[in-house]
Each structure stands twice: as structure tokens, then as C-alpha cells.
Design a binder for this molecule. Sequence first.
Ligand SMILES: [Zn+2]
Ligand SMILES: [Zn+2]
Length: 344
Amino acid sequence: MGTTETEIKQFRTSGGARVFAIPLQLFPILRGFVYLVVEEGEHHPCLTLIDSGSGMSDSNAGLLAGLRAVGELLGKAVDFAQLDRILITHGHIDHFGGCAQLREQTSAKVYIHELDLRNLTNYEERIVVVSKHLEEFLVEAGASEALRHRCLELYRITKSLGRSITVHGTYEAENFQIGRFQVLHVPGHCAGHVVLKLDNVLFSGDMVLSHITPHQAPERLTHYTGLGHYLESLARLESWARDIEMTFGGHGAPIMDLEKRIQEIREVHQERLAIVLDILKQPHTITEVSQKLFGEVSGYNILLALEESGAHVEYLYQRGLLEIANLQDLENSHRVVPIRYRRV
Ligand SMILES: [Zn+2]
Ligand SMILES: [Zn+2]
């Protein structure tokens, strides 16, 4: 383990590829990693970058410094021009935002899953569309006008930092195989989330993280996300990744026991679902559920807590375990109204 925040850690896969973990300050309060994978070739090495940082200036500077530091370790200069491909794990800005600065400095091909393609190529459109869904969700969730305003503002400010980028290929078009990397679609945290396998190593993006359970939002906001898809993906990943010995996530330390970590994450959600069911013995809105689950939260966590609660309520409702307690209100209004859920 490194002693400084900027130190590059290196690993080697069972097939001999070198993996360099480059730490980045993605946002003022969010750190994470991109990974540079170097595979020796007949004539020259093949360089694959997994994710690209957020595109914020600290993140961009960290990425450039990281590549240079890798060059020193390899004994030859490494910069953006030498990258062969950039494999994006999912369409969240902290993972693909860095591609914008790379565009003019590299001819590396950028790949994404087709369900997240619009996040990258039509970024501005997506902010508008998701803002609309979010606004309706917040009304239904029973958020006060002030809370809705605050959440929408937080969403738009954070998202306004990115911009659309060019994509060269989708994993579908390549039959889920890019060079020696095998790709598995694991929707849930994001609609087009993928994980990448190389030899005995897995790159998990935000699908599985070592220190937190990856954030869940209701499918109500974006199709193909939601807790149901996420839990199904966890199960699929568990059997697909049986031969994995080391997992590198988009944030946090490497995971040495993937099966155990998957089980821990699963248990957190099962526990949370049980608590939500218990809370909803009495009718409550999603905002009230969120307050009971997470207490007082501040900043961007207000929105994250509401979305996480919404994902759990939605999961239970989809499976017939909840009903709407104030159906009359919905019936009598042409507009979106706050919904109170109750256990069946
Ligand atoms: Zn993410
Ligand atoms: Zn992330």
C-alpha cells in the first residue's frame, strides 16, 4: 500500500498484464481510481484505460500525472497519445467526464454499453429529461417545495459540470469482448453498467465497492436502474466471477474476497428492505421513510438518501408487498400528488 495519496499501486494479472491503480480527486468530496492496464504485445504494448475520471481540473491533472508516474515505473514515457482504448464502466460523470479533455490528445477508442450511450453523447439532453423525472419523483415522494427546489438545484449544479463526448463503440457491437477483456452487463446502479474481466482480475466500476454499498435510485427515474435489477445483477456477477482473485472498484480499496463482499452488500439491502416494511406498517411518504432510515443528512446526501429510499420502496411495491394508502388523492387529481405507501 502506498504512503501518499498520489502514489500509484501496481498489480499483475495471472496472464501477465500489469495493472496500475491511479488515484484521483474526482470532486472536492469524492475520490476514486482509474486503472491503466498494460499488456505486452509483439511490437508495442497495448494500453487500456478503465474509466477516465470526472473531467474536473483536479481529476484531469491527476490523470496526466498518473500516466507520467506509470511511465517512470515502466521506464518509458506514457501519455494520452499512447492509449489504445478507454473502457467506460458506466455513464456517471465521475467515470466518463475525463474523456472530454482526452479527445484532442488521443486517438484511443472510447467504449460504453449501449444503454448508457446517451449519457455520454447526449449529456445535456439527459440532464433535462432526468430533471423532469426527478421533479415528479420528488412530488410523489412528498418532499416539501423547499426540499424539491434544493434537490433539483443540487442535481443540476453537479451535472452541469459535464459535457457530451464522442463514443467509438458499444460493448454489444463487440460481442462483449474487447481484446482480452470480457464484459458483463450488470444494470442497477446505472442502466448500462458493465464489469470487465481480465484473467483473474475484475474491474467493477461502481457495481461492487469495498467500503460502501453502491447507490441505488428508483427505476422511476431511469429505466433499467433500480434495486431489482441491481440484486439480479449481483447474482449474475457472483457466478460469472467465480475465478476472480482481485477486484478493482471505481472508489475505495481493492476487494480480495468478492463473494464475501457481494454477500455483505446483499445483506445490507435485505436488512434495509425489512426496516422499510416495518416503517410502512403505518402509511408514509418516501420522504418520511428516508428521514427514518437516514436521519438528518446534508448537501448532496439529501438527494442520495431520497433516491435510495425511493429505490427500496419501489422494489417492495413492484413485488406486491406495499399498497398506496391514499389512492383517492391520485384518482381525484390530474397532477402528480404525494403518495403514501403502506404494508399490505
Ligand atoms: Zn456510478
Ligand atoms: Zn462512481
